[in-house]
Write a protein that binds this ligand. Structure first.
Ligand code: PMT
Length: 322
């Protein structure tokens, strides 16, 4: 993809991107979360997940979106938690969420039953879970409760591109004080194009006006200020998605050259669940799931997260030695 529009010299986003009213409050929450976990000896990962929404009208009826389900981000969050990370999950509203994602295709009401209750139950009935309908629910619930009770997962939501950009900047600044103990795992599919507020109609676009032509501006890439200014000591992983395998690795290498961060995880749209390449300035590692592994429910995110957590530990050790 082409490189994109400018940020000001101090890394401020263009005024076209409205600042969400809660951004300062969320920044404090993220900074407090990072400081608490870092003080307890934990590493912290900021995961971005899901797609951004780009409005076509100020009073938005229509918007552009993309394919991202948030599965990569949500499943990765679980594997990072298993490895002892504290996780800030910056995700698209209503995209897949850690733990609940495992039941996203299930109609909740089909997995519950009413049974006659014992004494003390005012309605005389209790709601019982059909564990056949929710595979592994007891195990998943136990794990979720441990994570929740320990406060290891901080959820932050975005919907629009503007919200994403401002919240990512806030997150980077909030995590900067913990230096190399912070990892950024940028799995979100962020729009490269937007319509500036000044060019946007206020009201619903009328189909009676005939075919619609829109002109969109380039969105500034956040990686550049993130790596250079906002969290310069952090371990940063970007993702590169293509549909044409012949250009994937060249694009991944170009991103590393341009932004000077640590890792690009390269994937192809159709094969992203079973194949990625982890690219660093000096290495290139293919991670592949066999059909047999996939049929047993092994997920490629398990492999990605294991690989990156080892690299992150080495990065922290190098930084401490320097
Ligand atoms: O959600 P799923 O359905 O599971 O799919 C996962 C995924 C395919 C979306 C994920 O694996 C993935 O590849 N995400 C990145 C998609 C992409 O190609 O991004 P990009 O080339 O537009 O951007 C490169 C990197 O910069 C990405 O890490 C992106 O999050 C980040 N970025 C992009 C634009 C922008 N303005 N700021 C950014 O920080």
């Amino acid at each position: 993809m082409a490189d994109s529009g400018p940020l000001s010299a101090d890394g401020n986003l263009p005024a076209d991107f409205a600042v969400p009213s809660h951004v300062e409050e969320v920044k404090v929450q993220m900074a407090t979360f990072a400081a608490r976990h870092s003080a307890a000896g934990r590493v912290v990962v900021l995961i971005t997940s899901g797609g951004t929404k780009v409005p076509l009208e100020s009073r938005t009826v229509r918007f552009l979106d993309n394919f991202s389900s948030g599965r990569r981000g949500a499943s990765s969050a679980e594997y990072f938690l298993e490895l002892g990370y504290a996780v800030i999950f910056l995700h698209r509203h209503r995209s897949l969420y850690p733990f609940t994602r495992l039941y996203s295709g299930i109609n909740l009401l089909d997995s519950l039953q009413l049974e006659s209750g014992m004494g003390g139950c005012s309605s005389g009935q209790v709601v019982v879970v059909d564990q056949q309908a929710l595979p592994n629910i007891a195990k998943v619930l136990k794990r979720y409760q441990v994570v929740k009770d320990a406060g290891l997962l901080l959820s932050v939501e975005f919907s629009t591109l503007s919200e994403y950009l401002h919240l990512l900047k806030a997150a980077a600044q909030a995590l900067s004080p913990i230096g190399s103990k912070a990892m950024f795992y940028l799995a979100a599919a962020v729009s490269d194009f937007y319509i500036p507020v000044s060019d946007m109609p206020e009201h619903k676009i009328q189909s009676s006006d005939g075919p619609l032509q829109i002109s969109m501006k380039m969105v500034p890439k956040m990686l550049s200020p993130l790596v250079k200014d906002w969290a310069p000591q952090a371990f940063v992983i970007s993702f590169k998605l293509e549909t044409d395998p012949s250009i994937l690795l060249e694009r991944a290498r170009r991103a590393l050259d341009t932004y000077r961060h640590q890792v690009v995880v390269a994937n192809i749209l159709d094969t992203r669940r079973g194949y990625v390449v982890v690219v660093t300035p000096d290495t290139q590692v293919e991670l592949v799931l066999t059909d047999e592994e996939a049929s047993r429910g092994v997920e490629i995110e398990d492999r990605i997260v294991s690989n990156l957590s080892v690299a992150h530990s080495q990065f922290i050790a190098q930084n401490q030695a320097a």
